[in-house]
Design a protein around this ligand. Structure first.
Ligand code: ADP
Ligand code: MG
Length: 261
């Protein structure tokens, strides 16, 4: 079986502007992700996580190598890939339900089908009772639930999440992690989830990819084989956290240009 996501020798260099030098955010990244795997990308700030996710989303094109999803090269954004950002990206002038229906309308679903799908998703994220509220009336956690419902409603094959819970308090974050996992376990799909929380990665992932400071180099590729739901207090969990933390410390320590692994 071919990988759902195939990143081969990918580089991304941003051109310099106004006389500044060009900047290479990623160079020669290769990564294969099979269908339905839940992958967390972890790494120091500025290491290229969002850049890589942007390439998968098709918001940017690589300057080297190839990015493929579902056996086809990524040439731009498409409905087979859904993105959730840290900042909720809801339309402020639409209600929660309207925000969720929007993508379905674009997809060409009938009004009745839009409503049925929106209801299913809003119930899954416990927002059905708040469906007629506007984003400004919601807490951060609720806004992020709405953003997730909107993206999942489109039923993408690949879910791309860029620190979606990064702005939330710990309790809310833990609850949303559990909800996301429940939804994912009920309807598996490939997930690439960027975080800089070790605990979040160990809670969620089948596999944790640790990126180093040095042009997004992959410094560790770790499998988390704990049963779900995972008990964040269990010894096995803490042991997995330790393993991931050590890899992350090495990633943090690696100076630019230091290629010794
Ligand atoms: P992360 O998400 O891991 O924090 P990013 O992928 O956002 O990191 O950024 C990686 C590096 O690429 C950073 O040094 C950032 O400043 C740079 N970068 C990101 N986007 C651009 C851009 N559009 N133009 C120039 N440099 C960029
Ligand atoms: Mg980022």
């Amino acid at each position: 079986m071919t990988a759902q996501i195939s990143i081969q020798g990918v580089g991304k260099t941003f051109p310099g502007r106004n006389g500044s030098a060009a900047f290479t955010a990623l160079s020669d990244i290769s990564l294969e992700i099979p269908e339905n795997e839940f992958v967390c990308l972890l790494g120091p700030s500025g290491c290229g996580k969002s850049t890589l996710l942007g390439l998968l989303a098709g918001h940017e094109l690589p300057t080297g190598g190839s990015v493929g999803v579902g056996g086809k090269p990524v040439e731009g954004p498409a409905a087979d890939r859904g993105m959730v950002f840290q900042q909720y990206a809801l339309f402020p002038w639409y209600t929660v339900a309207q925000n969720v229906r929007l993508g379905l309308k674009v997809k060409g679903l009938s009004r009745a089908a839009q409503e049925a799908q929106a209801e299913r998703m809003l119930r899954a994220v416990s927002l059905w009772d708040h469906r007629d509220k506007f984003p400004r009336e919601l807490s951060g956690g609720m806004k992020q639930r709405a953003a997730i419902a909107r993206t999942l409603a489109i039923d993408p094959d690949v879910l791309l999440m860029d620190e979606p819970f990064g702005a939330l308090d710990e309790q809310t974050r833990n609850r949303l992690q559990d909800e996301l996992l429940a939804i994912w376990q009920g309807n598996r799909r490939t997930v690439v989830f960027v975080t800089h929380s070790v605990q979040e990665a160990v809670t969620l992932a089948d596999r944790v990819i640790v990126m180093g400071r040095d042009q997004g180099r992959i410094v560790a590729d770790l499998r988390i084989s704990l049963d779900r739901p995972r008990d964040r207090m269990s010894l096995d969990f803490v042991e997995a956290e330790r393993e991931v933390s050590q890899a992350l410390e090495q990633a943090e320590a690696a100076a630019p240009g230091d290629r010794a692994a």
